[in-house]
Write a protein that binds this ligand. Structure first.
Ligand code: ADP
Length: 369
């Protein structure tokens, strides 16, 4: 396994907001530019008609469009509709006349993030409107992402819940048949066992889904945590699994981290549990947990000596319901790592893996600053 830690960093850039001003009237455009000049957060590109505006929006980086609704080719809400149709992923603030407040409100209903009357443009109102529109857009995108997640989880969960329930129904029928013979046969006992494990699968899946849905609602409160004692708690919870797998869990002396104790425990439990679960035939699992410092962040590593993962699958395994062919025969909902990812990202952290088939895996995570 490579020794270097390469975190897939997504650093936030401190770059300016790129504004696209779509305004055909020179005086109004100048007023806008003068107002915007007093704060240094924006670069402005101007277009005087819709065709040019759409070309610019598609060909260069733009974060927000300020759109006058009266342009040479089109006026009123038609201007906004055409812009939205062609650039659905760009937030828009529309410019209206002070007498057109109703038009502004209609523009909001259609999808604009804010409206500004030209007569009221000052550096202060402009800055407020830009920041408000950007924040509203960020919230809208977050909401759309959650909705897409929910739809995806809903359909996958329904699918994954139906198969153990189908099995439960089938085993119940078999038990009924055996019992009708007037005695409790070995087959009936076997069916009961299978029925119980199918029920357990459904319960685990529902628990994982509950965990996942509670994450979206909970604000993360970070506190100083000692990973060594968290690992001790996790080992106590996994006592039976450690015994069954004849596994060993070793915690090196780790530096403190900042996070939500319950959620971080959940991440460690999933990673350590997987390290014990995905072991090689005839090789007792050994899971080691350690910490290192990277760019001022404490990175936790959970390393195992198990079946490993092909490098090509190193991103896929963090997607919900992804289970690799190599793990068939090992029970699981396929949600564990996607929950870990959500928890870590909710802390502004990152999680990644280094692994190769048959050579064990190293899962790394940090919890941001
Ligand atoms: P589950 O274990 O319930 O299937 P996870 O989301 O925890 O779901 O893991 C997704 C998949 O990633 C697993 O099905 C398995 O194929 C693979 N995997 C996870 N952890 C390990 C590991 N430590 N070693 C090998 N494969 C793993």
């Amino acid at each position: 396994m490579p020794d270097t830690i390469k975190a897939p960093r997504a650093r936030r850039s401190a770059s300016k907001i790129e504004l696209l001003l779509v305004e055909d009237n020179d005086d109004h455009a100048e007023l806008f530019v003068l107002s915007a000049r007093s704060f240094s957060e924006a670069n402005i590109t101007r277009a005087t008609n819709l065709t040019d505006a759409l070309r610019i929006a598609k060909s260069q980086p733009v974060n927000l469009a300020i759109l006058d609704l009266g342009l040479p080719e089109t006026v009123g809400l038609d201007t906004l509709s055409l812009f939205l149709q062609n650039c659905p992923s760009l937030p828009i603030v529309v410019l209206t006349a002070i007498s057109d407040l109703n038009l502004g409100e209609e523009a909001l209903k259609l999808g604009a993030m804010d409206f500004l009357s030209k007569e009221e443009i000052t550096p202060r109102t402009l800055l407020r409107s830009i920041r408000y529109a950007m924040e509203r857009w960020a919230q809208k995108c977050k909401l759309e992402d959650s909705l897409a997640d929910l739809q995806y989880f809903g359909s996958m969960a329904a699918h994954d819940l139906v198969s153990p329930l189908d099995a439960i129904q089938g085993f119940a029928q078999l038990i009924e048949l055996e019992l009708s013979k007037g005695k409790i046969t070995t087959e009936a006992w076997e069916c009961l066992d299978l029925l119980r494990s199918s029920a357990k699968r459904s319960i685990n899946l529902v628990r994982d889904l509950q965990k996942l849905s509670s994450l979206g609602r909970k604000a993360i409160v970070k506190e100083k945590l000692d990973p060594n004692s968290l690992v001790e708690d996790v080992c106590a919870t996994l006592r039976e699994t450690i015994k069954e797998t004849k596994g060993t869990v070793e915690a090196m002396d780790m530096s403190p981290i900042r996070g939500d104790a319950g959620l971080v425990c959940h991440v460690l439990q999933n990673l350590i549990g997987n390290g014990l679960k995905y072991s090689r035939d005839g090789v007792p699992p050994v899971v080691k947990i350690s910490s290192s410092q990277e760019d001022g962040l404490t990175v936790i590593c959970v390393e195992d000596n198990g079946i490993g993962i092909d490098e090509d699958h190193s991103t896929r395994i963090f997607l919900p319901f992804e289970r690799l062919a190599s793990s068939k025969g090992t029970k699981g909902s396929g949600l564990g790592l996607s929950i870990c990812k959500k928890i870590v990202e909710a802390h502004d952290g990152e999680i990644w893996i280094e692994s190769s088939l048959d050579q064990g895996s190293r899962f790394f995570f940090h919890l941001g600053c």
